[in-house]
Design a binder for this molecule. Structure first.
Ligand code: SF4
Length: 94
């Protein structure tokens, strides 16, 4: 098991749904706003959603695939224990 942090720059989401398709445990569609929502994510500031969770290898791969599939690359995945950035975002939340 590994603890990871998911950071999602919702402001720059273009509603491509790739993350929802590949990571349905963590991303859900918000049809009203045409953006994804990070399931059970915190909202530390407007347009940023964050959550930390402990995952097994299978779930970790699912989360990484979801983040890597995002066309504008607005999802960052970090291993909390080591600090290693597993998937970096192209567009960090400002
Ligand atoms: S894949 Fe990226 S752009 Fe598409 S809905 Fe998910 S976060 Fe938004």
């Amino acid at each position: 098991m590994v603890r990871v942090r998911i950071e999602y720059n919702r402001t720059d989401c273009i509603g491509a749904w790739a993350c929802v398709s590949l990571g349905p445990n963590d991303f859900a569609m918000n049809y009203d706003e045409s953006k994804a929502d990070l399931i059970e994510g915190q909202n530390p500031k407007p347009g940023l959603q964050v959550k930390e969770l402990e995952v097994d290898e299978e779930r970790l791969q699912q989360i990484k695939f979801a983040a890597q599939s995002c066309p504008p690359q607005v999802i960052k995945i970090t291993n909390i224990e080591t600090g290693e950035v597993l998937v970096n975002w192209e567009k960090p939340h400002k």
